[in-house]
Design a protein around this ligand. Structure first.
Ligand SMILES: [Zn+2]
Length: 491
């Protein structure tokens, strides 16, 4: 394994490969960024424009009520990768991009596209629909852009397209003396959490990623799902072979973790997570490994059989023994808030993306609401601990997914979802079962947040079509990493 200095050098080498205009923008962003004691990045994975609105309609009956709606900085972001290959190609030339005119074209579309169109044929009703269905990023390349600031191939966990590891945001934060926290509603070694502590040529090497986590122990707090001893309904189960242990780094790694032979104290009961959040748990001087007692997701997969999805995945009847993302977030803050030199924290609503893949309107709203409550917990913590003068908070997603639009959006291009009031599912129609190359929203508050506006490369006025008319300027996902790095190095 490479040491920190080698990672740093490789990160610099990779940065040098970026196109000149991006370097100029980075310099400008850095000059305007303030210094922050703490930096918190919150990612609702796969939350396109209407995921946010649908959750607000269901939760509040109207828009504008979420805590981040009042943030001073609201922008849009491009998310495309360097290329859409699944392994390094050694060609650093960008192969894909974003063209606003093409993305919002209302010209008639042709054919159909879907990750599995034998199940659901998704017609390309308009040319814009077809455009955003192509050349999309996966969570690994998207997360790598947010964490290390480079564009790369899909599947990459902080791995360049010419086959080199780059330093992630977790290690960068550690190098400044800060503590590090990584929290997710999916497996601890899934792509988005992994990009904040690991380097690997493929996101699918879960056991290697999980082993790196335990070996290097960079996060002071790691939390998520993927418990080998529990099924997707949170019931205790006999692990089915080595694969059941892959998300925690293999069977040997799990034994070390569970028997106290690692730098981490294992917390795997709801009561344990709640005691951590209340600050009453004795950590015995150890780091925290919070493994929710459930297989893959906190709640999303309950009552289902593998990928045998039905169109209806009912809301409610949550697994009672599993902590919410909100409780996990509070637990992470309770630990990180005691650290002398501040911290970097990433919180992911990972199952939002899974619900988008499944086109499950009710459950994506459940997952997004748990994420929104987690944002509220973070804001409450910030306000009680030095305010936004000390902490930079960024709320966003890594890419769109599922193209949730209004009920007549096969006829009326980009029709927004229709509000049916508080407690009622909005009227929607899904147009895809995987990721998109759409712009995505970003909210930010705290030292240097305005640098995202300064980094923007243009305005996209088409967003009024989807009810996002007040947010127009867009920058790139790599600008988020640059802002967070400069906010931490300047402190
Ligand atoms: Zn994602």
């Amino acid at each position: 394994m490479l040491n920190r200095r080698q990672f740093g050098l490789m990160s610099l080498a990779a940065a040098g490969a970026l196109a000149a205009p991006m370097v100029v923008r980075a310099t400008r962003a850095a000059a305007q960024a303030g210094s922050a004691r703490n930096v918190i990045l919150m990612i609702s994975d796969g939350a396109g424009f209407h995921t946010w609105h649908a959750a607000s309609y269901y939760r509040h009956g109207k828009l504008g009520m979420e805590v981040f709606d009042a943030f001073p900085v609201k922008t849009l972001m491009t998310t495309y990768p360097l290329n859409v290959e699944r392994a390094p190609t050694n060609d650093m030339t960008p192969k894909v991009g974003y063209d606003a005119a093409a993305a919002w074209s209302t010209a008639p579309g042709e054919g159909q596209l879907g990750a599995d169109i034998t199940k659901l044929p998704y017609k390309n009703h308009f040319a814009g629909y077809e455009y955003v269905k192509r050349n999309y990023v996966d969570s690994a390349a998207a997360g790598t852009a947010l964490s290390s600031g480079i564009k790369t191939f899909n599947n990459s966990i902080n791995w360049t397209n010419d086959g080199k590891p780059v330093r992630d945001m977790g290690k960068a934060a550690k190098a400044t003396g800060r503590a590090v926290g990584v929290v997710s509603s999916v497996q601890v070694s899934h792509a988005t959490p992994a990009v904040f502590y690991a380097q690997n040529v493929s996101r699918n090497n879960y056991a290697e990623i999980g082993a790196q986590l335990l070996e290097e122990a960079v996060p002071d707090v790691i939390m998520g799902a993927g418990h080998p001893m529990f099924n997707r309904d949170g019931r205790y189960t006999t692990p089915a072979g080595d694969k059941a242990f892959q998300y925690v780094g293999g069977a040997d790694a799990y034994v070390k973790l569970a028997t106290g032979q690692s730098p981490y104290k294992l917390i795997d009961t709801k009561a344990g997570f709640e005691a951590l959040a209340a600050g009453t748990l004795d950590l015995e001087g150890k780091q925290v490994y919070g493994l929710a007692p459930v297989a893959n997701t906190l709640q999303y997969q309950r009552g289902t059989r593998g990928n045998d999805w039905t169109p209806e995945a009912p809301m409610g009847n949550l697994i009672e023994t599993v902590p919410s993302l909100e409780t996990m977030t509070k637990g992470a803050l309770a630990v990180l808030g005691t650290k002398p030199n501040g911290f970097f924290l990433m919180v992911e609503g990972g199952a939002v993306d899974w619900a988008a893949h499944g086109n499950h309107t009710g459950r994506i709203i459940e997952e997004q609401i748990d994420f929104n409550r987690s944002v509220e917990a973070v804001v409450a913590w910030i306000e009680a601990n030095g305010g936004f003068e000390n902490t930079l908070l960024i709320v966003t997603t890594d890419h769109g997914n599922g193209m949730m639009y209004g009920p007549e959006s096969d006829t009326f291009a980009f029709q927004p979802v229709v509000n049916r009031g508080q407690g009622n599912l909005p009227e929607v129609q899904w147009h895809y079962d995987t990721h998109t190359n759409e712009l995505v929203p970003v909210w930010a508050k705290g030292p240097g947040a305005e640098a995202l506006v300064a980094a923007s490369t243009g305005e996209d006025l088409h967003t009024a079509m989807v009810g996002w008319g007040s947010v127009n300027r867009y920058h790139d996902n790599t600008d988020i990493a640059r802002l967070m790095m400069s906010a931490m190095s300047a402190a």
